[in-house]
Design a protein around this ligand. Structure first.
Ligand code: COA
Length: 289
């Protein structure tokens, strides 16, 4: 199992820096926050659930010896996100790094998806990323800092059951490239990470179907590096992208997926039967709602 590395970069790499992270209360973005804090930064995490944020902030501080602030805010609400940014700057004085990680997803065909369901995911992922970038940009310009947008490998090939998230993440990546071009002359970088299937996350639980044995076995047929990812795999990439080792990399989408992008991705089992006869798949999905 991959672990957060402190053996590649110096432990004081990010001393004096501050990370602002949406979705930092759990999963991949919590691990990314931990990795950045383990290299010396303080952090400020955003999520919708105050109790989970408070617990996570305490855990992150205890694990790293750095400070972690937090604010409950939905990324769809520009007023709350602006207030969270102000709270972060009041506490730590600056923002160097931003992770736009808050996202929403579930499995459903276009046929079964309401307009509001489609809109909701675009509002969280795409518009929420825009709102977070706008609110943090003056501070990131001031430090000549760096953004990481959380993407997904969904839209290159037309993945069934993921129309909403695929459209949303395509928008996120397009936005990131514009940020890279507009803000590059001011010394600001912006890249996207597309995680492959990462074990022990809400996304993995929501988006994988089949028996536990099927799920275990499918890693070998889906992932060239022959294992599912761990949150630490993404966290380690985050440290690299925020570090000076990446200081001529901007506007890029980096798949951290064990090579899964280059296989035909078996996320929808029994294709095409489960698209032509969604009832079978629907019964599997129903068990996950
Ligand atoms: N299948 C189909 N439609 C669904 C759905 C599902 N599993 N879950 C929600 N929806 C629909 C709802 O029915 C609603 O549409 P409607 O008004 O036409 O009925 C719409 O999506 C919005 O749902 P709602 O629950 O009101 O939105 P929310 O803002 O409270 O929650 C979600 C946002 C839907 C993304 C929710 O799943 C969520 O909060 N997820 C947590 C984060 C997450 O998904 N993490 C995983 C990242 S991979």
């Amino acid at each position: 199992m991959a672990t957060i590395s402190t053996a590649v970069f110096k432990e004081n790499l990010f001393n004096g820096k501050v990370l602002f992270c949406t979705g930092g209360g759990s999963g991949i973005c919590k691990a990314m926050t931990e990795a950045v804090m383990r290299h010396g930064a303080n952090a400020f995490i955003i999520g919708r659930k105050l109790d989970r944020l408070a617990k996570s902030a305490a855990e992150l501080s205890n694990a790293t010896g750095r400070q972690c602030g937090y604010a409950a805010a939905d990324v769809r609400n520009p007023v709350l996100i602006k207030e969270a940014v102000e709270k972060c700057v009041a506490q730590f004085g600056r923002i160097d790094f931003v992770i736009c990680g808050a996202a929403g997803n579930f499995l459903t065909t276009i046929d079964a998806m309401s307009e509001n369901a489609f809109r909701t995911v675009l509002e969280i992922d795409t518009i929420g990323t825009f709102i977070t970038i706008k609110a943090t940009l003056p501070h990131v310009r001031a430090t000549r800092g760096s953004y990481i947008l959380m993407s997904a490998i969904l839209y290159d090939r037309g993945l069934a059951y993921q129309a909403h998230a695929a459209a949303a993440k395509a928008g996120v990546d397009a936005l990131g490239r514009v940020v890279a071009v507009e803000e590059g002359p001011r010394g600001v970088r912006c890249n996207s990470i597309a995680p492959g299937p990462i074990r022990d996350t809400e996304g993995f639980d929501r988006l994988t179907v089949g028996t536990p044995e099927d799920v275990d076995n499918s890693a070998k047929s889906r992932v060239p590096l022959q294992r599912y990812g761990a949150v630490a795999d993404i966290a380690n990439c985050g440290v690299f992208l925020f570090s000076d080792a990446a200081n001529w990399i901007t506007g890029q989408l980096i798949a951290v997926d064990g090579g899964e992008l280059h296989t035909n991705m078996g996320m929808v089992p029994n294709y095409p039967a489960n698209v032509l006869e969604p009832a079978t798949m629907a019964s599997v999905i129903k068990g996950k709602l």
